[in-house]
Design a protein around this ligand. Structure first.
Ligand code: SF4
Length: 373
């Protein structure tokens, strides 16, 4: 069945504010004002909540930490706590360490959330045509964006990275989203390719941009791999600045010719080649703890997706509102942009994505795994 509520958006639309009603717009303004004031306690609510619907996955990526993490779905009691939060939240992002499409809580939330729009990231294996149709027709609110994790343009490189996946099947599933949109006259969901950049795939980035263009994908988002295992150290582009520079330039050229939005991280380098980090710039400000908390499968609340060891509370023990404005969260907010930030913020790949800090750059991309995964 067509989804008429998705058809009225202008073609130029590329952000989620178009879905927001007056309540969300007011909350966004209040939130902006409160974070500019550096408030510890907030009247506003999060703009976005990321919800980890499962820890399970259907493939095994060689750079992932999956071996040591519990293979569980979101607890039903946690799901019940998440639902009412969606009334005030503009966007709910349904993903975490696991693959959302294989988890029942994903579908349970999809049919009941009241946020302005929904977004998720998937490895794409399970997003077959029937599943896409089901989730778009069952979703109570618009699914605005689907991000596919695709880190290569050839089956051999892709399947070496995402072990157990099937490149051909994932590309078919990706292309079907575009076909579905055209069949039903829809502009949404928009698709994105999320590319984890490393030594073994960086030469394929320009071809991934071409693949995106062929598949009706609107943007390619690139992030540097974070190496958790010493054995993979050489995969970090820290040690390959010239090759990175060349491949990024080729990808930029392809993106500009094909009109694909390409979101590249900073060129990172240990030896000053490429685009060296500028130590005089200091750490960029981070506002994630004001805007974008995470609720884990077990109810733990994190201030952002990059701080798994900094648990602010648990929704099974306290209300979300009490956690959001509790002393732990307040202290975290007060420290994040101070001269004494929490340890995790000193080597955060999200914070330093566009502006890596000179003296700690190696700690940002090569580090021990978090304890609480
Ligand atoms: S700097 Fe990184 S770890 Fe710290 S709050 Fe921001 S996103 Fe989270």
């Amino acid at each position: 069945m067509p989804l008429p509520y998705l058809t009225w958006m202008p073609a130029s639309y590329n952000n989620n504010l178009a879905f927001a009603g007056a309540r969300h717009a007011w909350n966004a303004l209040l939130n902006l004002w409160e974070r500019r004031q550096n408030r510890a306690v907030l009247r506003s609510r999060p703009l976005v909540i990321q919800v980890e619907v499962t820890k399970r996955c259907n493939i095994h990526c060689f750079m992932c930490l999956r071996e040591d993490i519990p293979k569980e779905d979101m607890l039903p009691e946690v799901l019940a706590e998440v639902l009412p939060l969606s009334k005030h939240t503009r966007e709910m992002q349904l993903y975490g360490y696991g693959e959302p499409l294989i988890a029942k809580p994903f579908y349970a939330l999809l049919g009941r959330l009241e946020c302005a729009n929904i977004r998720f990231t998937t490895n794409g294996v399970a997003l077959k045509p029937g599943v896409l149709h089901r989730l778009l027709t069952e979703a109570r609110r618009p699914v605005s964006h689907i991000s596919f994790s695709i880190d290569a343009a050839t089956a051999s490189t892709y399947e070496e990275i995402r072990q157990g996946s099937d490149f051909g099947r994932v590309l078919n599933n990706l292309a079907y989203v575009d076909e579905y949109r055209r069949m039903h006259g829809l502009r949404f969901p928009m698709t994105e390719i999320a590319f984890v950049a490393m030594k073994r795939n960086i030469r394929e980035l320009k071809d991934v941009v071409r693949l995106a263009s062929r598949s009706g994908v609107s943007s390619v988002h690139v992030a540097h791999v974070v190496v958790w295992d010493e054995r993979n150290r050489e995969e970090s582009l820290l040690y390959h600045p010239e090759e990175t520079q060349r491949c990024f330039a080729e990808a930029e050229e392809a993106a500009s010719a094909l009109n694909v939005r390409l979101d590249l991280p900073a060129r990172i380098s240990l030896n000053g080649k490429g685009e060296p980090p500028d130590p005089t710039r200091g750490a960029p400000k981070c506002y994630m703890p004001w805007r974008h908390p995470v609720i884990k499968f077990n109810g733990d609340v994190q201030p952002c997706c990059a701080a798994p060891d900094d648990v602010m509370g648990n929704v099974l023990e306290d209300t979300f509102e009490a956690i959001w404005n509790g002393s732990r969260f307040g202290r975290f907010r007060m420290r994040v942009n101070s001269t004494r930030p929490p340890e995790v913020c000193k080597s955060c790949d999200i914070r330093f994505r566009d502006s890596p800090s000179g003296d700690r750059i190696e700690e940002v991309y090569i580090r021990p795994p978090p304890a609480n995964r």
